[in-house]
Design a protein around this ligand. Sequence first.
Ligand code: IPE
Ligand code: IPE
Ligand code: MG
Length: 255
Amino acid sequence: MPASGPTPGTPRIPRHVAVIMDGNGRWAERRHRPRAIGHRAGARAVNTCIDFCLAHGIGALTLFAFSSENWGRPEDEVGALMKLFLNALDREVEELHRRGVRVRFIGQRDRFGPALVERMRAAEELTGGNTQLALNIAASYGGHWDIAQAARSLAREVAAGRLDPEAIDEALLGERVCLADLPAPDLFIRTGGEQRISNFLLWQLAYSELWFTDALWPELDAATLQRALDDFASRERRYGLTGAQVAGRPEETPE
Ligand code: IPE
Ligand code: IPE
Ligand code: MG
């Protein structure tokens, strides 16, 4: 079975958690502060989330930091976010490395300035051999972009005569989307109260358990994450099968 394939039943601890960190702006607006202050407060919640994953043996964490669509926000907010990313990388990467975290970035990297691109490359190089936690930062990322880049990479092989178009199936495309080397997210968490995917990992979330909270991202604490894990552990993942099949029980036959 490929690493990303479905496994009936539910492991108690998710192998991979994917998070939409939403609500920074509203957190700041409620305090009559600029939205950038909310993003700064959100950076602290990132550490809470990483600490939680390390403490609970969650192997992979993917955080949605900046979407393809977020480039359309006011210039000063985008600028403040870029500064924050740069500072966070300078501040946190050594410590993440010390704690055995492998850092990776997914998204359209060439839209960032050269200083950020270089920090991203250096962080990936420094932490590439770590195994405690695979931390993936989705930045300038969109699920549509991801599927398009996977299709483009297969199209290149077809054009070069190395691949028969008829051989393209879900498994082959699934190998070219981001994070193909990790199990698909078992658990998706979105803070901030909205119940939507907002162009996050569209391919990879096909069978993830979805969990939403009204808590704004800067308010995130371990108790909220624990509630998500408890809820996850109570779910029955059926992957299209029947409950009896998943539990290994004989099917009940109607009288
Ligand atoms: C999420 O918080 C962070 C980013 C999208 C960069 P928001 O900035 O979307 O916060 P709200 O949703 O406006 O409160
Ligand atoms: C999703 O949040 C993107 C990130 C958290 C990075 P948005 O705030 O951009 O999503 P919408 O606009 O509410 O769908
Ligand atoms: Mg938002």
